[in-house]
Design a protein around this ligand. Sequence first.
Ligand code: PNS
Length: 159
Amino acid sequence: MQAAIYPGSFDPITNGHLDVVRRALSLVNRVVVGVIYNPEKNPLFSLEERMDLIRTLFKDEPRVEVASFSGLLIDFARLQNVYTIIRGLRAVSDFDYEFQMAITNRHLCPKLDTVFLMTDVDYSYLSSSLVKQVARFGGDVSSFVPMEIELKLKEKLGL
Ligand code: PNS
């Protein structure tokens, strides 16, 4: 496989996401991290902030690109001319939603396939929402996110 898209909200990117990108890089030559612009979700970090943070974390990894998309993932895939989607699976609880998305996407675009990568067990409970919740109440998130993200979270939340 030449390239794959790793789509998500990344609000913010966590160690679990980074683990998935690293695993994907051992399978494909290039990973396009696709950051969704979805104002309805009311993200903590703006699209630019989320993208900048990911770019900073992968500044020494030229095989990782960061791009944004809105609307359908299949249209982004067509635009990128990349038809392999990477998604992380943390636990069985992720499966239903991921299965629905993967099948819907393939129905809409038959040449598109989704590859699921199991995250490290250390991150099997981790989510961006959980990280934001812990950070909001002053909890220690240093084992959940890289230092750059921890600092940005503190700044954003006025801590
Ligand atoms: O990090 P997330 O929030 O779990 O990522 C979900 C995402 C962005 C991958 C998903 O919501 C998505 O692909 N949205 C684009 C809309 C779309 O294509 N919907 C049809 C497939 S279900």
